[in-house]
Ligand binder design. Structure first.
Ligand code: BG6
Length: 481
């Protein structure tokens, strides 16, 4: 059906980034510090340190990022040249409310996004905006405990309202919280911190603390959706889920059931955000574990009134679980559970992320069968070490192979399985700072940026081979791969 397949002329091809990973402009503007601005650089297997404020002598890669703040015209011109129909980024909460609890927003910050959106719209590129992509004001995390505190719900909703009102004629596509479900791994500090400004390990029962915090984020998301639709009924407001499907390692019923139960962790947030209420398995689990989560009647009403219009999700990899195996997940960043094992049928990236294009078709079907809502693949990509040649070229055929294979599966899901897909924005369309490791050398871009792990380099931009390839993909609406 040409009406609904991805060859529809409105399919949103583009690229995705997040403010904290590429904007820079942290210390030389009115922007306040975010939770990401107090994270040092790590490496594969070496966690990023979360420091108590900015400590002199330590390196914080996000402070400069790739300095989009001062290069946005040049970068957007390259996105336009590639033919982007949309560009996904986030609004740094701390440019609008530097501390998070101010009465009035910051005009310099608001103006920056007016300038960015105007520049995008000049080329006919639709902004796709995440309100919170691991960028909560540090002040809210430090002084209020982030989303452990109900007050943070109001601070977030106020921030959302200011953005919706200011950009109501420039931005149509929104998402509330990026990868809201990362915090389900409540033993790796990076997730609670970046999702919710919380250290779950500081509480008597970290898992219970995580669910309380999660509840507050869910209420904040629902309230924002409701207000957004009142401000402009034409807005399309989605959620954003990190979808790493769990496969059973064997055909033993135990493994089947384990994978199914663990998928509850993947669907918990989207179940609430799409259906407007808590799923039965979660309520039973709270009861079984004796969790006392404060969910008021007013909260329930808010959840039911703020369901999302579409499902935004990231897909990088799948994960495989074996009921006979146990591991520690306090430093893993590959979506692992305590029962994860290597999948013998699947190769991995240098960072241990399973390369599984068919998994993308699998999750598109899983989401669609569950909710029958439109979907938007807002992240997918290949983090790799690239080599820039003397002549400035970069031969990233491995990246092209990865993306081609995933686009093929995405097309099958649309054309053969009939899922409703709005668009595709590969992650890190221009090289940026890695979220999980803080490295620069884990690159995803079509555009190479001259900067290294220690912050050296000219910041000069140059095209990789994947740049011209993706340009043809977009121009042919996915026909030429
Ligand atoms: C997602 C995040 O987890 O994956 C992005 O939404 C992140 O912020 C991306 O950058 C890739 O992860 P990494 O660690 O390779 O940058």
């Amino acid at each position: 059906n040409k009406e609904t397949n991805m060859l529809n002329k409105d399919f949103l091809w583009g690229g995705a980034l997040a403010a904290h990973q590429f904007e820079g402009g942290v210390l030389d503007t009115t922007k306040g510090l975010s939770v990401a601005d107090v994270m040092t650089a790590g490496a594969h297997g070496v966690p990023r340190e979360i420091t108590d404020g900015v400590i002199e002598g330590k390196y914080y890669p996000n402070h400069i990022g790739i300095d989009f703040y001062h290069h946005y015209k040049e970068d957007i011109a390259m996105f336009a040249d590639m033919g982007f129909k949309c560009f996904r980024t986030s609004i740094a909460w701390t440019r609008i409310f530097p501390l998070g609890d101010e009465e009035q927003p910051d005009e310099e910050g608001l103006q920056f996004y007016d300038d960015v959106f105007d520049e995008l719209l000049k080329y006919g590129i639709e902004p796709v905006i995440t309100l919170s992509h691991f960028e909560m004001p540090y002040h809210l995390a430090k002084e209020y405990g982030g989303f452990m505190n109900r007050k943070t719900v109001d601070f977030f909703v106020k921030f959302a309202e200011v953005c919706f009102k200011r950009y109501k004629n420039k931005v149509k596509y929104w998402m509330t919280f990026n990868e809201i479900n990362n915090q389900m791994n409540f033993v790796n500090d990076i997730y609670g911190w970046t999702n919710s400004g919380a250290h779950f390990g500081n509480y008597d029962n970290p898992e219970e603390a995580m669910y309380q915090c999660a509840h507050h984020t869910l209420v904040a998301s629902a309230k924002a959706v409701k207000i957004g639709k009142e401000i402009n009924p034409d807005f399309l407001i989605g959620n954003m889920i990190s979808m790493v499907p769990f496969y059973p390692y064997s055909c033993s019923p135990k493994d089947q059931l384990l994978a199914q139960q663990l998928m509850h962790d993947r669907f918990f947030f989207s179940d609430v955000q799409c259906r407007g209420h808590y799923p039965a398995y979660a309520l039973k689990m709270f009861e079984r574990k004796g969790f006392n989560i404060n969910i008021t009647d007013e909260d329930k009403k808010a959840l039911s009134e703020g369901t999302v219009d579409y499902i935004g999700f990231s897909y990088y990899m799948s994960n495989t679980v074996d009921s006979n195996s146990i591991r520690d997940v306090s430093t893993t960043t590959d979506g692992s559970s305590e029962h994860s094992v290597k999948n013998p049928y699947i190769k991995e990236t240098d960072w241990g992320w399973a390369i599984d294009p068919e998994g993308l078709r699998y999750v598109l079907n899983q989401f669609y069968e569950r909710y029958e809502l439109p979907m938007f693949i807002v992240e997918n990509g290949f983090g790799a070490i690239d080599k820039k040649e003397e002549d400035g070229s970069c031969h990233d055929s491995y990246r092209i192979d990865y993306l081609r294979a995933h686009i093929e599966q995405m097309k099958k899901a649309v054309e053969e399985d009939g899922v409703n897909l709005m668009g595709y924005t590969p992650w890190g369309c221009i090289d940026c700072i890695s979220f999980t490791t803080g490295e620069m050398k884990k690159r995803y871009g079509f555009i190479y940026v001259d900067r290294d792990n220690e912050g050296n380099g000219t910041l000069e931009r140059s095209k990789k081979d994947s740049y011209e390839w993706y340009k043809k993909v977009i121009a042919s609406n996915g026909e030429v791969l």
